[in-house]
Design a binder for this molecule. Structure first.
Ligand SMILES: *Cc1c(COP(=O)(O)O)cnc(C)c1O
Length: 236
């Protein structure tokens, strides 16, 4: 029974990597321009280890507390952690230095707090700005129409590097329906890049999850965040 479960994770990792490759080829992109972030919320250390054995190298956590217990279990240099969940300002201090990239920065106050805490720690923190690409009333993220102003207000940060944008489109039944949102995020990134703000580079587009990462890649995703397609359905 145990080995069956382990095989399943390994097979799923290979299958997701193969689909990433073919989505890249389909649109003439280099597969090296796309990185898989395995979303590991609620997934046990043992299951994550299986995934790492099978080729995962970037792990994305949503909750600070959960991440703090998992990160020490993987102290190999081949594993990198990203933060992809809602980050509270009061938790910023405890995450500085742990994550190569924070995908989910959704307010000016949060950017400033990260800048301050990274400065205190003598570090630079790479972040993405989360965009509420579907203008959903209850969803986190900056409004697309506000992005130009927001980014120009952030221009002078000394310990934060803005590397790109992240979005979670409104839920859709079929992946094709997410395509216009992915396209819109890509266009927004290009618009921001054209402004040449200091310490703002639009190199990364974090978009696409288990149901729609292939479409996201066709629309320019450089980071896809995939959970259930690798680890199975979450029960909590
Ligand atoms: C859980 C999660 C994912 C992965 O979702 P799946 O549908 O399981 O692939 C991606 N991004 C974020 C921010 C998440 O919280």
């Amino acid at each position: 029974m145990e080995s069956l479960v382990q095989d399943t994770i390994a097979i799923r990792v290979q299958s997701v990597l193969a689909k990433i490759r073919s989505a890249a080829e389909k649109t003439g992109r280099s597969v090296h321009s796309i990185r898989l972030v395995a979303a590991t919320k609620t997934v046990s250390i043992r299951q994550i280890e299986e995934g790492v054995q099978a080729g995962l190298s970037i792990l994305g956590e949503n909750r600070v507390q959960e991440a703090l217990t998992k990160i020490p279990a993987f102290n190999h240099s081949s594993v990198h952690w990203h933060f992809i969940g809602n980050l509270q300002r009061r938790k910023v201090r405890s995450v500085i230095g742990l994550f190569d990239l924070i995908h989910s920065v959704d307010s000016l106050e949060l950017v400033k707090e990260i800048d301050r805490r990274a400065g205190e720690a003598g570090r630079k923190q790479d972040v993405l700005l989360e965009v509420n690409i579907g203008n959903e009333p209850t969803k986190a993220g900056f409004r697309p129409d506000d992005m130009r102003q927001i980014v120009s207000d952030m221009g002078c940060l000394s310990h934060v590097c803005i590397k790109g944008l992240m979005a979670i489109p409104p839920p859709t039944v079929d992946p094709e329906s997410a395509r216009p949102y992915f396209r819109k995020l890509n266009e927004l990134a290009k618009m921001i890049d054209a402004q040449h703000f200091p310490s703002v580079r639009m190199d990364e587009l974090s978009m696409g999850m288990s149901n729609d990462y292939e479409v996201a890649i066709e629309e320019g995703a450089t980071l896809v965040r995939v959970g259930s397609a690798i680890f199975g359905a979450r029960h909590v």
